[in-house]
Design a protein around this ligand. Structure first.
Ligand code: NAD
Length: 499
């Protein structure tokens, strides 16, 4: 059986004997095993990072940026291989796998501009002969803990900015698709990143806990489900670290009566079912305003859903592939059963779908529910599968209240031709990222990514200038130089007095 392991600085001895299965979701079989590291392994990785970080921090930002430029070139040159590897463990189709890598590379492009982002602030003459300036310095050693659903993009969100700002970085990727992060670390080395500055430690909860408790790690960036995000946030903060912890989501798409329904149907089928619904910015809830809109939308959605092609992840014509493993497939199907039990109308049932020749693969057909209500547990919780739930609203105000009152607040979209309604919605909705006629409002890399409520714990978002803030600490210097007989004595030092 093929074994997937860590990517460590030379000489870091291995430890940890447990293994975890990595599946081929298309076939439904185990294709490899990943070695799970332990606290002793992390300790040695932190020591190696601590040895490598000062020289990296002292490397001027332009040279650090050159590593980012070269890394981007290498990832682009290896795009096909990386996308196939990603797709073979995750199950998303090749086009989505390339998108996953490309969105991560956009953060690397941002990191190429790090000299500009690190310039700091300066005030001349804050007092007599006194100037004040601030600088951003790296934290030291940062760690990232990432989910299975974007095994390239999310590690690159974190590592790109953590490294460019002069930190050493330790990544603990998802044990479900651990290969691409290791490949990315190899490409970073090839791009000129010094050994020990970036390491990948494989593991599960044991490794996460070791990271959270390790006194040598100053900051932790986490992305995953909400209960674990909250746990990571609490434990990391308790240990005195800076923590950002992004959680789950239940994004709503509001459809106003004046929306372009053809466009909405097209956007919804992509945003609800693409990547088998395993995206934190998927659109699994649609809220048509008025019954007339709901009826028209439902009539158009049913045939559009029937046209979706589910296939193996290497099928270039497939809209989406299998979900990540058997446990997740059972979980999604369990939520469909729960929705039926709670009284929602199951208009299209995706359970029991099998792909000929791949009967053991983790495939789920698309499902559509109508007449879902806010009281239902299947509405309140994240399903994270190819399931679209329709919640009918009688008015704009009722539609606005649904995502605003939901426990999650990651993303939301409104479809309308009415600028006033769109503006009103964007300003008032209690959600972190808003799309106006944009179904998946993931911000571009030079803005920042972050949800509200139980979708994110901590105050600082991912990437953009917020990312730079997260991975650096501000030092402010107030300086005064005695005139040494050069000036007229006007800057003579006076001890400040109260009042
Ligand atoms: P997950 O929470 O199961 O795992 C995330 C990470 O936590 C993994 O590295 C995993 O090894 C680790 N982990 C798992 N169980 C743990 C435990 N008990 N204690 C400590 N660490 C543990 O998430 P997942 O299933 O890999 O990813 C899907 C989830 O991530 C969804 O909820 C999705 O919405 C969310 N997500 C959120 C965003 C965002 O930006 N808000 C982005 C992508 C995914």
């Amino acid at each position: 059986m093929r074994q997937i392991t860590h990517s460590l600085a030379p000489g870091v001895a291995l430890s940890g004997s447990r293994l975890s299965d990595v599946f081929d979701p298309n076939a439904g079989t185990v294709q490899a095993q990943v070695t799970l590291g332990d606290a002793a392994l992390l300790d040695r990785a932190v020591a190696a990072a601590a040895a490598a970080q000062p020289a990296w921090a002292a490397t001027n930002p332009q040279r650090r940026a050159r590593v980012m430029f070269e890394f981007k070139r290498l990832v682009e040159a290896n795009m096909e291989e990386l996308a196939r590897l990603l797709s073979s463990e995750h199950g998303k189709v090749i086009a989505d796998a390339k998108g996953d890598i490309q969105r991560g590379l956009e953060v690397i492009e941002f990191a190429c501009g790090i000299p500009h982002a690190l310039k700091g602030e300066y005030t001349q003459g804050a007092g007599p002969g006194i100037d004040v300036y601030s600088m951003r310095q790296p934290l030291g050693i940062g760690a990232g803990i990432t989910p299975f659903n974007f095994p390239a993009m999310i590690p690159l969100w974190m590592s790109g900015i953590a490294l460019a700002t002069g930190n050493a970085f330790i990544l603990k990727p998802s044990e479900r698709d651990p290969s691409v992060p290791v490949r990315l670390a190899e490409l970073f080395l090839e791009a000129g990143l010094p050994e020990g500055v970036l390491q990948v430690v494989q593991g599960d909860k044991e490794m996460v806990d070791a990271i959270l408790d390790h006194p040598g790690i100053s900051a932790v960036s986490f992305v995953g489900s909400s209960d674990i995000a909250h746990y990571v946030y609490r434990r990391g903060v308790e240990a005195g670290k800076r923590v950002q912890a992004m959680g789950g989501a239940k994004n709503h798409g509001i459809v106003m009566p004046d929306a372009d329904l053809d466009q909405v149907v097209n956007d919804l089928t992509g945003a609800a079912f693409g990547s088998a619904g395993e995206r934190c910015m998927a659109l699994p809830v649609v809220v048509p305003v008025t019954d007339k809109t709901a009826n028209e939308l439902r009539e158009a959605l049913v045939p559009a859903i029937a046209k979706l092609r589910i296939g193996v992840s290497t099928d270039a014509d497939a809209h989406y592939g299998p979900v990540v493993n058997a446990a997740h497939k059972a979980r999604v199907e369990g939520w469909i059963a729960k929705g039926v039990e709670e009284g929602a109308e199951l208009v299209v049932d995706g359970r029991g779908f099998t792909l000929q020749g791949h009967e053991q693969g983790f495939f789920i057909g698309p499902s559509l529910f109508d007449h879902v209500t806010p009281a239902m547990e299947s509405y309140r919780e994240e399903i994270f599968g190819p399931v679209l739930q329709m919640v009918r609203a009688a008015s704009f105000e009722e539609a606005l209240a649904l995502p605003s009152q939901h426990q999650y607040g990651n993303g939301v979209a409104i479809f309308t031709r009415n600028g006033h309604a769109a503006r009103e919605f964007a300003h008032r909705v209690n959600v972190g990222m808003v799309g106006i006629n944009v179904p998946i409002p993931v911000p571009v890399a030079y803005h920042s990514f972050g949800g509200w409520k139980r979708s994110a714990f901590g105050d600082i978002n991912q990437h953009g200038m917020e990312g730079v803030r997260f991975w650096t600490k501000t030092k402010t210097i107030t300086q005064r130089w005695p005139d040494g007989g050069v000036g007229d004595g006007a800057n003579a030092f006076v001890i400040p007095t109260m009042g």
